[in-house]
Design a protein around this ligand. Sequence first.
Ligand SMILES: [Zn+2]
Length: 327
Amino acid sequence: MLQKNRPCFVVVQLLFATLLAPLLLVAGPVEYPPLSVDMEAVQLSRQVYYVKGVPGIPSENEGFISNAGFIVGRDGVVVFDALGTPSLAWRLLQIIRQVTDKPVLKVVVSHYHADHIYGLQVFREAGAEIVAPKGAFEYIDSTAAAERLQERRDSLSPWVNEHTRLIRPDRIIEQDTSIDLGDMVLQLRYLGAAHSDGDLSMLVEPDGVLFFGDLLFEGRLPFVGDADSRRWLSILEDMQSMQVAALVPGHGPVARHPSELIKQTRDYLVYLRKVMGVAVEEMTEFAEAYEAADWSRYQQLPAFQAANRRNAYQVYLSMEQESMGRE
Ligand SMILES: [Zn+2]
């Protein structure tokens, strides 16, 4: 009897292996709805990979607008940033599994903004430790974070849904530190509150690949709506002379010659501060100063409509604070 049934059992097994198992692998749990966007790993050095989002506003491209990376060390894998939905993170985890079966030990988060953290729950469930810069808890506990999640459940439905949740980090970084993977060291640099309430970068030694989060944007207007533009600028000034083999921004393609990329973001911040600085100095109302400014250099960039006014307003408010501090 057993013998007789065996061929049928083998066929079912084969059917599962060839048809059903890959489907399960791609689709993931029901709370992570399937995606139609493409995601592929780009290898930057022997042990370092990244996936590149399409620059745009957060509701475009099924939320795949930001970058993430992963490093395969002797002892396991470290992921940098977790993308903008759990479905995207699930896809990233499948891509990692195609490269290595080593455990995902940690996710290092550049900063707590929705498009970099909504995938964290996937890696938490996979057993990874979540490492984030100081400022993460302040973000999670803010009403702005709760409102953002609600907004994304609408604008990124079904991928951000009632199962999507904010994940608290296991470890907070507030000074420079390193992660030893046995055959390589990752240098984490705490950058303070610059682009967000707390930012960090990660340098992979000895490959010379620098993951820089949202302190650099390529191919779209930077988001400055939560920023300390003065601190952000001073970090970019310090970086000008830095030599790296590859620099991965938070959005847009990897840069092999970082100085041009640094210049683009820096020029925009300098321009915002120049225009809004004059307005604050002359006590011009924000709306009037904004309307009078020449934005022609930037208005063709993706995300200009969605971000520029808020960016300018944030800079106006923070420069008001700076000017009061001088008195
Ligand atoms: Zn950001």
